[in-house]
Design a protein around this ligand. Structure first.
Ligand SMILES: Cc1cc2nc3c(=O)[nH]c(=O)nc-3n(C[C@H](O)[C@H](O)[C@H](O)COP(=O)(O)O)c2cc1C
Length: 361
């Protein structure tokens, strides 16, 4: 019997060979938003790992939406050409690749994680003043300016323009980043959104910008290509976004043409997160059952048995791997081997011909 992990999944016109997907992971290694040799080697190497889908890192839709000055982007055509080189290489390995479109809002313009200096990058060191639904700083970062209605009105078009470039760059999937305390999550959460206009207050208003972004992206993203959205289903703290609210948002996302909700948690405010194996899986299950939408689960999913059990239990439709894939970039091939998937049926865990000897012993 084929393990659940290696059953194909079809979303719209795309069939993914298996349900082990690479989570988006920032590399903070671009110049002017342009992915370079690092990104080609990083993603190109992972493309031989057997993932059913790879998601490229948070990719800024406008320069001021970068988390760090070294983030990649899709706001100009130089970036389109640079991404194309990468998607072509990944496709030659037989693996589909998506891009996560992002705007960091009040968490923009920070030093990258390994910089000797941390926190907000001052304007005279290449930083910029960030924007947010309200002029409330993320603790430890510089205060953002509150977006005007005119500025909010430009956000959906910025995401749509980046999605149109993603198509030309050869991506198979777009994921909208509405998690981890970035701009769209800042709107969703009452802890960061104190607006009193139509974009703040009740959930319907807090979700308005996200749904406008989804509509704008769906309008330019081809009907036969899947659209995903990553959410942080809970802020893990009193007064924050709850799993019940996020489940309602997920149902709205599906109604607006999102094909799979990628369920993460946290990141909008410092909070006591109960880290542990599969710690976000219950949130994924709640969204899946409550909103009746396909979901992915992510977060400390590290062994093949654990991942298989999540799918077997109906907690999620897909598992995503982040850090485990950094340690072990061909994690899916190892899982296929560990679960005894015969090489003969390994269309669902494709070995590159150069590596196929690794399947046998
Ligand atoms: C180096 C690194 C970069 C990350 N960058 C992103 C990102 O660009 N977008 C995002 O949604 N999550 C990002 N994450 C979170 C991962 O996608 C994932 O949700 C998280 O690491 C938990 O899964 P894991 O335990 O399998 O690593 C990043 C994580 C790491 C370790």
């Amino acid at each position: 019997m084929t393990p659940h992990l290696f059953e194909p999944l079809t979303l719209r016109g795309a069939t993914f060979a298996n349900r082990i997907w690479l989570a988006p992971m920032c590399q903070y290694s671009a110049v002017d938003g342009v992915p370079g040799d690092w990104h080609l080697v990083h993603l190109g190497g992972l493309a031989s790992g057997g993932f059913g889908l790879m998601l490229a890192e948070a990719t800024a839709v406008v320069p001021e939406g970068r988390i760090t000055p070294q983030d990649v982007g899709l706001w100009d055509d130089v970036q389109v050409d640079a991404w194309r080189r990468i998607t072509d290489f990944v496709h030659e390995r037989g693996t589909p690749i998506g891009v996560q479109l992002a705007h960091a809002g009040r968490k923009a313009a920070t030093y990258r994680p390994w910089s000797p200096t941390q926190g907000s990058v001052p304007v005279d060191d290449g930083g910029w003043v960030s924007v947010a639904p309200s002029a409330v700083a993320f603790p430890g970062l510089a205060a953002p300016t509150e977006l005007t209605r005119e500025q909010i009105a430009r956000v959906p078009g910025d995401f749509a323009a980046a999605a149109a470039r993603a198509l030309r760059a050869g991506f198979d999937v777009v994921e909208i980043h509405a998690a981890h305390g970035y701009l769209l999550h800042q709107f969703l959460s009452p802890l960061s959104n104190l607006r009193t206009d139509g974009y703040g207050g009740p959930l319907e208003n807090r979700a308005r910008l996200l749904l406008e972004v989804v509509d704008a992206v769906r309008a330019v993203w081809p009907d036969d290509r899947p659209l995903l959205t990553r959410i942080s289903a809970t802020d893990w703290t009193d007064g924050g976004l709850t799993v019940a609210e996020s489940t309602r948002v997920a149902a709205d996302l599906a109604a607006h043409g999102v094909d799979l909700v990628d369920v993460s948690t946290g990141g909008n405010v410092p909070a006591p997160i109960a880290f542990g194996p599969g710690y976000q899986v219950p949130a994924a299950r709640a969204v899946r059952t409550g909103a009746r939408v396909p979901v992915s689960a992510v977060g400390l999913i590290t062994s093949a048995e654990q991942a298989e059990q999540i799918l077997a239990a109906g907690d999620a439709d897909v598992v995503m791997m982040g850090r485990a894939a950094l340690r072990d970039p061909r994690w899916p091939l190892r899982a296929a081997h560990d679960l005894g998937l015969p090489v003969a049926t390994s269309g669902s865990a494709p070995w590159q011909p150069q590596y196929v000897r690794g399947a046998w012993h």
